[in-house]
Ligand binder design. Structure first.
Ligand SMILES: NC(=O)c1ccc[n+]([C@@H]2O[C@H](COP(=O)([O-])OP(=O)(O)OC[C@H]3O[C@@H](n4cnc5c(N)ncnc54)[C@H](OP(=O)(O)O)[C@@H]3O)[C@@H](O)[C@H]2O)c1
Length: 371
């Protein structure tokens, strides 16, 4: 009887957390990973397993690792590997993706389309060949694109527009997976904006959303303190946000706990889950938390864009840096969580993204990523 579950993207930010939890629960896992530098795919995954074992203080079952690349047909697996999958693999957690926001020159042969659309097709082709009928597809809550208001877990194609190629490519990937007739059990997992671990703030992916603003503020504070200024720094930046804009931040440890629970609980299979916060973090709470950490004052949400000629020195820096993210400045949708709450509210409680947790996330990013 087939017993292995394939996890793609095990070396990534979320994948590492999920791999650790699956191994700790004795789930037989097979990974497809790429070689990097002088490390083979197996070296990379086994290095992670060593770290997990050190953290858990015990030996864990080892995953099987194949070298593969989702951008290649049949994930680049050779005939022997394909035979192995046919004989042993019963399910796929398709988590690998490119999180690049824009395809160069809108070229659909490049990332994010290459990995997210073609890569998903290649995963589905492997499933067909190897008679794998169960898929856990890691999508994103932001397949909603530029929709506003309440977005249901049961909705997908609502004629929405998208903020970028990443959102569009993930939408197409989910649509393609839903349309695959050979997949008999499809569970779709749609995380919100995933940030560092609630326990220590750690992340391996400080390169989007909140982290852009932490990086910007780190640099501005260095400039502001370069003359030796001590104590609270006055920055004078009037932000174009109203302050109430919701940001659907969710910590990576909870996302992985939730995913693992859904994957290992058969009664929860076949549905779609918005892994989004019970209560979104507002933009003004983020500004306040950053103010407390960096010890600044004078960054205020005014809800309008200051004209260029009226900008202070720090406002010029802010707009020069942040205008590229303008599409994300507005309101976010409200993500319906009917399935998620029914499945997880009692079993996998969300750690609150309170002041202390935000502080840990900011501290880790500043000290470990941007210093
Ligand atoms: N992070 C978020 O806030 C967020 C939010 C919603 C949804 N998601 C979804 O969650 C999933 C994981 O995201 P993440 O944040 O963990 O991303 P990540 O840190 O960039 O990890 C991506 C993973 O995919 C692998 N991968 C990429 N291209 C590949 C290829 N051609 N062949 C084989 N493996 C490939 C990477 O392998 P290498 O290590 O070799 O590069 C890595 O293991 C994605 O599906 C993403 O769309 C993420």
């Amino acid at each position: 009887m087939k017993k292995y579950t394939l996890l793609t993207g095990a070396t990534g930010f979320i994948g590492q957390y999920v791999l650790r939890r699956l191994l700790a629960k004795d789930v037989p896992v097979v990974c497809i990973a790429r070689a990097k530098g002088d490390m083979t795919a197996a070296d990379r995954v086994m290095e992670l397993v060593k770290q997990f074992e050190a953290a858990e203080g015990r030996e864990l079952p080892k995953p099987i690792v194949f070298t593969g690349d989702i951008t290649q047909e049949m994930l680049g697996l050779d005939d022997n590997a394909l035979d192995w999958f046919e004989a042993n693999c019963k399910a796929v957690i398709h988590n690998a993706a490119s999180i690049r926001f824009h395809a160069p020159d809108n070229d659909r042969t490049k990332d994010p389309y290459l990995s997210n659309v073609n890569g998903t097709q290649h995963m589905l082709d492997l499933c067909k060949f190897a008679e794998i009928e169960q898929v856990f597809h890691v999508s994103t809550a932001y397949i909603t694109g530029l929709r506003e208001g309440v977005c249901l877990e049961t909705e997908l194609d609502e004629n929405q527009d998208f903020a970028n190629d990443y959102q569009r490519s993930k939408f197409e990937a989910e649509q393609m997976t839903r349309g695959a007739e050979h997949i008999k059990s499809l569970t779709v997992i749609r995380p919100g904006i995933v940030v560092g671990d609630s326990r220590d703030g750690s992340t391996t992916a400080p390169d989007f959303g909140l982290y852009h603003y932490i990086q910007f503020t780190t640099q501005v504070m260095k400039m502001a303190r370069s003359g030796g200024a001590e104590g609270t720094v006055k920055l004078n930046i009037r932000l174009p946000f109203v302050g109430t804009e919701p940001r659907n931040l969710i910590t990576v440890d909870w996302v992985a706990d939730a995913m693992t629970h859904i994957i290992t609980t058969p009664e929860l299979h076949g549905d779609t889950y918005h892994l989004t916060p019970s209560e979104a973090t507002t933009s003004s709470r983020i500004v306040e938390a950053m103010g407390k950490y960096f010890d600044y004052e004078g960054i205020v949400c005014i809800g309008e864009t200051i004209p260029e000629e009226e900008r202070t020195e720090f406002e010029k820096l802010f707009f020069d840096y942040a205008t590229q993210f303008e599409v994300f400045w507005g309101d976010e949708p409200t993500f319906d969580k009917t399935n998620t709450n029914a499945a997880l509210a009692d079993t996998i409680p969300q750690p609150p993204l309170d002041d202390e947790c935000l502080r840990k996330i900011i501290r880790f990013a500043v000290e470990e990523c941007f210093s």
